[in-house]
Design a protein around this ligand. Structure first.
Ligand SMILES: *Cc1c(COP(=O)(O)O)cnc(C)c1O
Length: 429
């Protein structure tokens, strides 16, 4: 390839490197970040932005965190990486022990994956292999609720929302799954039993084909930032038991305190059979995810034949990632994270609520450290991002949603800067 000699790195990057869900032909300019510390991103020109995204919800402790830096540096002196096939190491064992301690009581085994989407693929494989081992290979489809997001690989895409997701691009290539209506009740106070009707009739009609239900507990993230009543999850758990269907909870977005509980299934006091975690697992430092399961699922996979779980990413259980994940969890649990998330929730509620009356605004909703303004019209992302950056704030709206999921260490004054920018943009639009 012939490249011009004197090209500024940004022009080069814009011409050759894809960004997420972006066109190479009409790239939306990306802001160059030089460094990050605390809750601030520092741009190349010296401008500092208060980060309301926590880098896609991962950086719960903010950036350049001394404890996390130290954990990586210490691990780096021993080894950055070794294969997990035939070798093992203490960081993986210690992290596994910690995860099995803090996740729902019945979680007993885990598989380290290298991204959330892969953790979802592994969860699907666990469910399919479980039913194959039970001599019930016809139980090979999934039931989920509309409005979900589970990742961008093919198995994960097949259970993303059929309209908001990528089904139209790959129709005929994605496994066909069952989609029930999502509940609209946001709390147990708003709950009516008709909210479960669509789900109940699908599981009743297709129980013999359904391997597992997969859903995001309580908060549906990238599929639309919607919240639903814990009662729905309790009834889903009961129906899965009644019809002999496994329940996969995708806690990749909700895990590690974001909704006010350490894991969102705690809101409903239920235990999944299989659980996916990722995103905030390493505090945003490295890519790492995991799929956990109960002793029943694990022994069920073994029931017939070897019980070999057929997956093995090259970088699974990367030691640097395991070491920083362990440090991140220790830091979280040692911090007053419940009070912090609760304070963020109260402040978001208080400061975003005035937007509800605006003509341009369809809804305002807050759950834990998640604040959402839903607009009536689709947002011009590039234009709104410019307005936000001009106010010293980093947010990444999508669709009709302007939302914040900040690091838990954000100060009230910094959070006010974010909500002021949000309400300002909602007013202008
Ligand atoms: C982000 C996300 C995924 C995908 O994780 P990646 O690391 O981007 O592959 C899956 N499920 C949920 C709920 C997510 O929020």
């Amino acid at each position: 390839m012939n490249l011009p000699e004197q090209q500024n790195w940004r022009d080069f990057e814009a011409a050759h490197v894809w960004h997420p869900y972006a066109s190479m032909l009409h790239p939306i300019p990306a802001y160059p970040v030089q460094r990050a510390d605390g809750v601030c991103l520092e741009l190349e020109n010296g401008e500092r932005l208060i980060d309301g995204m926590a880098s896609w919800w991962c950086a719960i402790h903010g950036y350049n965190v001394p404890e996390l830096n130290a954990a990586i540096e210490k691990q780096l002196r021993d080894m950055a990486h070794v294969m997990f096939g035939g070798l093992t190491h203490q960081p993986a064992a210690e992290l596994a022990r910690k995860l099995l301690e803090i996740t729902p009581q019945n979680m007993n085994h885990l598989f380290f994956a290298d991204s959330g989407s892969v953790a979802v693929e592994v969860a699907i494989k666990m469910a399919l292999q479980y039913w194959q081992a039970q001599q019930r290979p016809e139980k090979n489809r999934l039931l989920t609720i509309r409005g979900g997001y589970h990742g961008d690989t093919f198995g994960a895409m097949s259970v993303c929302d059929p309209i908001g997701g990528m089904h139209h691009l790959f129709s005929g290539l994605l496994a066909e799954q069952f989609f029930s209506d999502a509940p609209t009740a946001r709390s147990d106070e708003e709950w009516h039993d008709d909210q479960i009707a669509s789900f109940a009739s699908l599981i009743d009609a297709h129980q013999h084909e359904i391997a597992a239900v997969i859903l995001e507990p309580i908060v549906q993230g990238a599929g639309g930032m919607r919240f639903y009543a814990p009662e729905f999850l309790r009834q889903v758990r009961a129906l899965c038991d009644e019809y002999d269907v496994l329940l996969i909870c995708d806690e990749i977005a909700t895990g590690f305190g974001r909704t006010g509980k350490l894991f969102a299934c705690e809101h409903a006091d239920i235990q999944p059979d299989i659980m996916c975690i990722g995103k905030a697992l390493t505090g945003g430092y490295m890519t790492l995810a995991a799929t956990l399961c109960s002793a029943r699922v694990c022994s069920g996979i073994h029931q017939n034949g070897s019980g070999v779980l057929m997956h093995g990413p090259t970088f699974m259980a990367n030691p640097l990632a395991c070491a920083v994940a362990l440090a991140s969890i220790d830091l979280l649990l040692a911090s007053p994270w419940q009070q912090r998330v609760h304070a963020i929730e109260q402040q978001l509620q208080h400061e975003l609520e005035p937007c509800r009356v605006l003509n341009s605004v369809a809804d305002v909703r807050v759950k834990g450290a998640i604040g959402v303004i839903e607009m009536k019209q689709p947002i011009d992302v590039a234009r709104m991002q410019q307005q936000l950056v001009a106010q010293g704030v980093w947010l990444r709206p999508f669709g009709r949603l302007l939302y914040a999921m900040p690091p838990y260490i954000i100060s009230p004054a910094q959070l006010s800067r974010i909500t002021t920018a949000m309400t300002g943009c909602a007013r202008l639009d």
